[in-house]
Design a protein around this ligand. Structure first.
Ligand SMILES: Nc1nc2c(ncn2[C@@H]2O[C@H](COP(=O)(O)OP(=O)(O)OP(=O)(O)O)[C@@H](O)[C@H]2O)c(=O)[nH]1
Ligand SMILES: [Mg+2]
Length: 665
């Protein structure tokens, strides 16, 4: 038999699901964590008679109303798939709001068992609930449970077994299944439902502390979630998390693991000796071991970031951040929750893009997945460091400004994407009530970190490994599979692919095949950029191959590359603000779930990178030398084409919206 777990967001459905099935699905201290249904078998020891029960965890819903589309997964499942019983998880500390859904569920003629969850908090909050009376008034079993403590689960399953397959009489008939009712009539009935629930709560609940009295938490929130102060506070918190994960703990762990990989590299190298074919050597040493090395070089950094973000989320703080940011991000067509993917994206775009999953609105979710890669990720740092070392005397402003430019580009892009894709007047789905603050659990944060890391690895590791091998082979061999000789780098497979592309990059100031080659390998994985430059320019002796940093000879490197500093800046920006690596594009594909959005997104990123670099190079060159750079005119034509096409798309959408608006009248 099959049972559905339903209830308001953040009521503890997934925690209960994990407790009764033994699974470890993601839980989080805010609304909207579960976004797709998850199934699992109920543990045998909870169902004495050895019955087979399959439980389905669903996204949270406030209502079964046909007029709130955002909750359709839940209401479709319950209405169309006929589960044998429904467990309605009710947050016992928030009875009033939760029971609205309960009364709606009870109209579906499927037996309902109410789990009064989070009952472990009742005593502390001085709330008493007359469970027996509530059960009588509702006309269904009501069981006090705590999914974190694991109490009441046996009894709950016992009731589920007893009622399953039977019918259900609703205590309040609001006509939730009546398709013929129009919206006004429906809303009138819903107001009666509110009154009914109010009455229920008045009789069964006894609160010592009136809920509308200002609690300590509310006072705290007046500062933390303040519309102005909230932002600098968030900036400070994130700065702290960043310095720990990117400057202290993260690099410390990374160095430790990279040391091991280096040892392994040396061991295998010595063990293979000189006789082994160069192809095999490349595959094994530079492709596989090198690829793993590249991964462990930054995985600890993002894992530490995951861990601290999980702590913040568990404490209830992240929900406040989302609310504070929503006010501002809504103006550009994003959601308050878009901030989390972007923060994670500074570590690595892939888990950042995966984090967009909690954004309910489809358009906002896809836009966020498309724009998250504009945040400079960890793998782009070596490129930034190399260029600021070689061309800008290590000026600190180069690195810092890339983040601010990234943010600016995200804001502008969000506005453009909204103009192209908005389909009607915007509805705000942001009805996120704030969860309570609590001490975050290190154990929960650890598990959250591990499951994120696992998801990231399964997604990224294969692509990174394969692409590493491919790049190495393309760099080291000619088309006849002869080893490329030293000083003859232009005969490699990579060079022949890069040459025609370099031509297109002349207006951006870097039409050399070497730079184009590095940009191509950058699409495969951004940490390849510096390595490729080192190989194709023969400047490896100036660069530490492990740390990918410049050790000496900034001027020599600059003259080998033959770039002006303006062209160097343009190249740097092209690498940062064009499409991300293939692994991240794979993640975009998964989260967007639409080929149109995916290709549109890649095209947009490419157009954005090209346009920004073009203006940086041409205007910069004009300012510094008094004349425009090479290829200014053809470049201008290309940029005009890009901009023109975007304007065309915006106008087409405007017209479409106008047409639909007219039809509606
Ligand atoms: N004190 C207490 N906390 C709980 C209990 N059950 C869940 N929680 C906490 O409530 C928060 C929400 O839990 P989830 O299981 O993610 O809630 P959900 O209903 O699946 O939420 P959505 O998927 O967002 O709809 C988490 O921080 C849990 O640790 C409980 O019985 N007692
Ligand atoms: Mg959930």
């Amino acid at each position: 038999m099959r049972i559905a777990l339903t209830g308001n967001p953040n009521s503890g459905k997934t925690t209960l699901f994990n407790a009764i099935t033994g699974k470890v699905e993601k839980v989080g201290n805010w609304a909207g964590v579960t976004v797709e249904k998850k199934e699992g078998d109920v543990k045998k020891d909870l169902v004495a008679s050895g019955m087979h029960i399959r439980a389905v965890d669903l996204p949270g819903a406030y209502s079964m109303s046909p007029y709130s589309s955002e909750e359709s997964i839940t209401s479709n499942f319950v209405k169309n798939e006929n589960p044998d019983a429904i467990i309605n998880i009710v947050d016992a500390t928030n009875l009033n709001r939760s029971l609205l859904l309960t009364t709606q569920l009870m109209e579906l003629n499927i037996p309902v068992v109410v789990a009064l969850n989070k009952s472990d908090l009742l005593r502390k909050k001085e709330i008493e609930i007359d469970t027996r009376e509530l059960s009588k008034m509702l006309g269904c079993p009501v069981v006090e449970t705590s999914s974190v403590k694991g109490t009441g689960l046996m009894e709950l399953m016992e009731h589920v077994k007893n009622v399953s397959g039977k019918g259900q009489t609703a205590p309040f008939e609001g006509g939730i299944t009546d398709e013929s009712m129009n919206k006004d009539a429906f809303e009138a009935r819903e107001r009666e439902r509110y009154a009914f629930v109010d009455h229920l709560v008045k009789i069964t609940e006894n609160r010592k502390v009136e809920s509308n009295r200002l609690t300590k938490q509310d006072t705290f929130d007046r500062i933390i979630a303040h519309k102005v102060w909230g932002i600098p506070i968030f900036a400070a918190v994130i700065y702290l998390v960043f310095s720990i994960s990117q400057n202290y703990l993260g690099p410390f762990l990374a160095d430790f693991f990279v040391g091991w990989i280096d040892g392994l590299y040396a061991l295998v190298e010595g063990w293979m000796g000189e006789q082994v074919s160069p192809l095999l050597r490349t595959l094994l040493l530079d492709g596989i071991i090198g690829g793993v090395g590249a991964l462990v070089g930054f995985l600890p950094l993002i894992m530490v970031l995951f861990f601290f973000l999980a702590l913040l989320e568990d404490s209830g703080y992240m929900a406040r951040v989302a609310v504070v940011m929503d006010r501002h991000l809504k103006k550009v067509g994003l959601s308050g929750k878009s901030i989390i993917p972007m923060v994670i994206g500074t570590g690595c775009a892939i888990p950042g893009i995966m984090a967009t999953r909690t954004i309910r609105d489809e358009r906002q979710r896809r836009t966020t997945a498309m724009l998250t890669p504009f945040m400079p990720c960890g793998a782009k740092l070596p490129v930034i460091a190399l260029f600021s070392g070689v061309f800008f005397k290590n000026a600190a402003w180069i690195g810092t400004s890339m983040y601010f430019i990234g943010i600016a580009i995200i804001i502008v892009s969000a506005l453009i994407v909204r103009k192209i894709t908005k389909v009607g007047p915007e509805r705000s789905y942001f009805i996120m009530e704030l969860p309570e603050y609590r001490w975050p659990s290190v154990k929960r944060a650890f598990f959250s970190m591990m499951s994120r890391a696992k998801e990231f690895l399964t997604k990224a590791a294969t692509i990174i490994l394969i692409s590493n091998v491919t790049v190495q082979i393309m760099q080291m061999f000619t088309w006849n599979f002869q080893l490329v000789e030293e000083g003859m780098e232009s005969t490699s497979i990579l060079a022949s692919i890069a040459n025609p592309i370099a031509f297109l990059l002349i207006p951006l100031g870097f039409g050399a095949w070497q730079l184009a080659a590095a940009a191509i390998t950058g699409f495969i994985a951004k940490e390849n950029v510096v390595g490729t430059l080192a190989v194709v320019y023969g400047i490896s002796n100036f660069i530490d191959p492990e740390e990918l940093v410049l050790v000496s000879g900034a001027n020599d490197v600059a003259s080998v590359m033959g770039l002006t500093s303006v062209a160097a800046l343009s190249y740097l920006m092209f690498n940062l603000f064009s499409p991300p690596c293939f692994a991240a594009i794979g993640a975009m594909n998964a989260e967007m779930g639409s080929k149109k959005w995916l290709w549109g997104g890649i095209g947009f990123q490419l157009g954005m990178g090209y346009t920004v670099s073009y203006f940086v190079y041409q205007i910069g060159t004009r300012i510094t030398t008094g004349a425009f750079g090479e290829g200014a005119l053809p470049g201008l034509m290309a940029v005009a084409l890009i901009v023109g096409f975007i304007i065309y798309l915006m106008q087409r959408n405007e017209e479409k919206m106008y047409q639909t608006a007219k039809e509606m009248i």
